[in-house]
Design a binder for this molecule. Structure first.
Ligand SMILES: CC(=O)N[C@@H](CCC[C@H](N)C(=O)O)C(=O)O
Length: 372
């Protein structure tokens, strides 16, 4: 696949972002491309909105997995690109359009120059939520073509375009979504004593929750608890009967995640008592940490040096990735691909540099031909 074709594909995919398990057009686009390749040595299976493609190796002693995510985010794009999202309120703001293009570029190379080992390309839905990696591991194609090792990449807006970065051990955090619903009693704003005001209850709870990371966690054991959205009430002169907090929890240690959840539960019970209301907590999707095996990150560094792709050692990040579930079952690694965007991941103006796509393809092909 030449560079112009990569750009065309990336821009076409960029226009059709779809949310988790709704990637219908995306799946069709990917399948149309995959079926346009010579099919002598590939087998294709779909799973929900995901796809597995197995490339038969020339020797085939083992199978190497390569995973890309395919979903978009519920963000209204503000890039002003002529190829900006055609789906209202949805955007590839986490680079999955890049990830998919790179995967197709790698697949094209592998079909032209078959690898020694079998390769399993995994096009995974719903990374942003509710999580496609864990159920995909249970699927029939995955069980049939189970890889011996696996890797994946994620774009990094803050790194120079065309550079790569990773580390052994923990790369991405443990994450959990957090949804808290409060139900009190609504009423006239002039008669607050007849109500249980959930705007005040939710405000108090947000303030209380800030104490957990600030005052209950060892500062050297990093954690994040962010509330990204509060909703409640209807109009300015009616006291809110209901309110909802939506947030996310991130920790470097799995046990710290359990501790934070136990404190959230206690603080929420305290709000129920203080405001005489009912609260329910839902942790939504939970992602397991991304843990890289040293043997593979070492090989990655060696191979990147060999093909003159600048490599730097990464730090742990508080981002989450359900690829962590795949790495829990299959040894391997994940790495960052620099794309140098002034606005970061999950931003409505994310603008990754397209030249990095070539590096992603080159790095992936090199690893799939040389990984031991
Ligand atoms: C790389 C990245 O940005 N991943 C997302 C994963 C979302 C996980 C889930 N929806 C949550 O919010 O916990 C991230 O937000 O880190």
């Amino acid at each position: 696949m030449n560079f112009n074709e990569m750009i065309r594909i990336r821009r076409e995919l960029h226009q059709i972002p779809e949310l988790g398990f709704k990637e219908v057009k995306t799946q069709k686009y990917l399948l149309d491309y995959i079926h346009s390749l010579p099919d002598d040595h590939i087998e294709v299976e779909t799973w929900r909105t995901g796809i597995f493609v197995r490339v038969e190796g020339t020797v085939g002693e083992k199978t190497i997995g390569y995973r890309t995510d395919i979903d978009g985010l519920p963000i209204t794009e503000e890039t002003g690109f002529e190829f900006q999202s055609r789906h209202e309120g949805q955007m590839h703001a986490c680079g999955h359009d890049f990830h998919m293009t790179i995967a197709l570029g790698i697949l094209t190379e592998l079909v032209e120059h078959r690898p020694e080992h079998h390769v399993l390309m995994i096009f995974q839905p719903a990374e942003e939520g509710p999580g496609g990696a864990a159920p995909m591991l249970e699927s029939e194609p995955m069980k049939k073509w189970w890889p011996d090792t696996i890797f994946a990449l994620h774009i990094a807006s803050e790194l120079p375009a065309g550079t790569v970065s990773t580390k052994e051990g923990l790369l991405f955090a443990n994450t959990s979504e957090l949804f808290i619903d409060l139900k009190g009693k609504g009423g006239h704003a002039a008669y607050p004593h007849q109500t249980k005001d959930m705007v005040v209850g939710a405000s108090a709870l947000v303030t209380d929750l800030q104490q957990i990371v600030a005052r209950m966690i060892d500062p050297l054991d990093a954690a994040v608890l962010s509330i990204g959205k509060i909703t409640g009430g209807t109009v300015q002169n009616i006291i809110a009967e209901e309110a909802r907090l939506e947030g996310t929890i991130r920790t470097l240690n799995a046990s710290t995640m359990d501790f934070i959840k136990s404190r959230i539960e206690k603080m929420t019970e305290a709000i129920e008592l203080r405001f005489d209301c009912k609260a329910t907590i839902d942790y939504g999707s939970n992602y397991y940490q991304v843990w890289n095996q040293k043997t593979y990150t070492d090989q990655f560094e060696t191979e990147m040096n060999r093909i003159h792709v600048p490599f730097q050692k990464a730090n742990e990040a508080m981002t989450g990735e359900d690829f962590g579930y795949m790495l829990k079952e299959i040894p391997g690694f994940m790495y960052w691909l620099g794309v140098d965007s002034p606005n970061g991941l999950h931003h409505a103006k994310l603008n990754p540099k397209e030249e990095a796509i070539q590096t992603g393809v080159k790095a992936g092909v090199q690893m799939l031909h040389h990984l031991k």
